[in-house]
Ligand binder design. Sequence first.
Ligand SMILES: N[C@@H](CCC(=O)N[C@@H](CS)C(=O)NCC(=O)O)C(=O)O
Length: 224
Amino acid sequence: MLLQANEGSTSMMMKLYYTVGTCALAAHLALEEAGADYEAVRVDIRNGENLKPEFLAINPKGAVPVLVTERGVLTENPAILAYIAQRFPDKRLLPLDDPFDYAKALAFNSYLCSTIHPHHSHRLRGKRWAEDPAALTEMARMVPQNLTKCFSLIEAGLGAGPWVLGEQFSVCDAYLFTVANWLEGDAVDARQFPKVHTIRERVRMRPSLQHVLSIWRAVQPPAS
Ligand SMILES: N[C@@H](CCC(=O)N[C@@H](CS)C(=O)NCC(=O)O)C(=O)O
């Protein structure tokens, strides 16, 4: 079988398709923070499972995360995170009562998705944009400085905290944690962004993260 669910799953639950070590961590953390009933389904993009017909039938973009709901399929982290926050309003994962604050939070998540994630991808996924080896090398060379510029903007925009949106933990923290964890691999020292660094350390302590990591670390039965 191509896709393997973790234990205790039923076909009635929402399903999150994820790959270990990817941006799907944000959605996975959000589901845990929401206390949602969901089934986590592992997809190994490193083995090309995301390009197989079974997965492309679910998400023709061939990417994770994918959240399958009773209403249909959702893709794109900002949309999935907003959906989870709206579906579990009591958890206050976004400022749902204030249109301006809500839009600010969406802008934050959109920047991570549309700007920071692509900059990060220029290091290992440059072939999406160029074939010339010199161009690939040049794109990879630019990654640290581009990410430094982006994270300097994020750092400057953060308030007194302790979270991205202030007093309340939100899906923005889950997403920031996810992409800020890529910094060291991209040769950027996160400690030059003290507020980002502190949020990263605080998310690291949350039980939701520990639970997601225990799912991610679990050995999957061999595919049949
Ligand atoms: N904009 C999408 C990006 C999704 C995306 O690129 N996911 C990566 C993992 S971080 C992926 O599935 N890549 C598949 C591949 O590289 O073939 C989102 O934020 O949800």
